[in-house]
Design a protein around this ligand. Structure first.
Ligand code: ATP
Ligand code: MG
Length: 415
């Protein structure tokens, strides 16, 4: 006898049901409400793009491009990549769809992303993000608005208390070049003490050494020159305008002069909302200004700023949302009651009342189910009721029951 083996799920993917799905849904719904309060429209972009979209805009030296992308050749021989982040795809669409006419474009989305990483708590190969972007705005007010929105989202999710906004500036192009040169000089002096990874970073992306977690790198990174000594007057004024806006809006923040973020395209504002409640995966939301990105995709100079938040990490932090409850359980007794039951269910649901019915089972089983579901009412339909065009409406808490004409059922429940 042959046995068919059930295929396993792909490592680092998740199947969600019950509590986990409730948490996930609550995060998404809260985001959808908050983004409307800030005038961010919904945007949808493809789950896959030509590999060049990510390779160019994120930079070949980043961890995401060099190690984490799901890239493959499709049947036509084109190299495509499952999106590892939203920003590059939205920026591509901004150019190819002519969305420049809407600048400044304020958009938000959520959905799955794919990165080949070592799966662990809070880190998956298919994960999900909330994302918000403002494209075509050079003003610090855009940065402030996005940070206020992130702050309000965390408050409304009830997690703001355990989460801190850490903020930095990476300066403008001029600042970044000067600081980078100083960093390279500093790290060169300590070549012999750096980890292998950081030696690699020194050649390709020296800023990344600053957020290395390797204990060999830490003292050298901590002693590295700070960006403040290289900030141009313009870059300093921009950062001051952002922090002033945050203070005025009552958004708490702390400076982290070592915060660099993984991607090459950041300029000026960089930020992360971090918590110590999730172990090593403590960053729940991150973003910043990416004024250089659109040019790397062949577009005109276009200032932009945005953020992304991990839905799974937020879902782990929130209190368990209230379960989704059925208000009315319909309980038909026998075949003759099926038609009236179908009518009752249709009337209730069309009136916006959550109603459910077991597909099968005797009266006792069905009543037990109705009880377990937490329904406020049971609508019991037997032969007598069918004959009179009536149902029996039972208040589950009060344990009282009385006849109601089928036409009056919705009104009786609405009270
Ligand atoms: P990390 O340092 O944790 O790898 P990152 O800098 O790579 O994060 P971003 O690219 O800024 O992350 O993505 C924004 C947010 O998306 C993160 O703060 C995190 O909440 C979430 N995130 C990123 N990668 C994963 C993943 N593999 N699994 C689950 N969530 C993730
Ligand atoms: Mg990462």
């Amino acid at each position: 006898m042959s046995r068919i083996e059930t295929p396993r799920p792909i490592r680092g993917t998740q199947d969600m049901l019950g509590e986990q799905a409730l948490r996930f849904g609550h995060v998404v719904q809260t985001f959808d409400r908050v983004r409307r309060l800030y005038g961010f429209g919904r945007v949808e972009v493809p789950v896959f793009e030509p590999t060049a979209v990510f390779a160019r805009s994120l930079g070949e030296t980043t961890d995401v491009v060099s190690k984490e992308m799901y890239s493959f050749e499709d049947r036509g021989g084109d190299s495509v990549t499952l999106r590892p982040e939203f920003t590059a795809g939205i920026a591509r669409a901004y150019l190819t769809e002519g969305w420049q006419q809407h600048a400044p474009l304020k958009v938000a989305t959520h959905g799955p992303l794919f990165r080949y990483e070592r799966p662990q708590k809070g880190r998956y190969r298919q994960f999900h993000q909330l994302d918000a972007e403002v494209i075509g705005a050079a003003e610090p007010q855009a940065d402030v608005e996005l940070l206020c929105m992130a702050d309000q989202l965390l408050r409304e999710l009830g997690v703001a208390d355990g989460v801190t906004l850490t903020l930095n500036t990476l300066g403008d192009g001029e600042t970044r070049e000067a600081w980078r040169a100083a960093l390279v000089a500093h790290f060169e002096k300590h070549r012999g003490e750096l980890s292998e990874d950081s030696l690699d970073r020194l050649a390709k992306n020296p800023l990344r050494i600053l957020d290395s977690k390797d204990p060999r790198d830490r003292p050298i990174a901590d002693a590295a020159p700070e960006i403040d000594d290289y900030l141009s007057a313009e870059a300093g004024a921009f950062f001051a305008a952002v922090t002033k806006g945050l203070d005025a809006a009552g958004v708490a923040w702390t400076r982290n002069a070592r915060l660099v973020r993984g991607l090459d395209y950041y300029r000026h504002t960089a930020f992360e909302f971090v918590t110590d409640r999730l172990g090593a995966q403590g960053t729940v939301l991150g973003g910043g200004r990416y004024d250089g990105l659109i040019e790397t995709l062949g577009g005109p100079v276009t200032p932009a700023v945005g953020w992304a938040a991990g839905i799974e990490r937020l879902a782990m932090l929130i209190d368990l949302p209230a379960p989704e409850r059925i208000e009315v359980a319909v309980v038909p007794m026998g075949e003759g009651a099926q038609a009236l039951a179908a009518r009752a269910l249709a009337d209730l649901r069309r009136a916006g009342i959550a109603a459910d019915m077991a597909y099968k089972g005797n009266m006792k089983r069905r009543m037990q189910k109705a009880d377990a579901s937490g329904a406020r009412y049971a609508v019991i339909i037997g032969d007598d009721e069918v004959a009179r065009g009536e149902v029996s409406l039972k208040d589950m808490a009060a344990q009282t029951q009385g006849p109601v004409a089928i036409d009056a059922l919705v009104a009786a429940i609405r009270g």
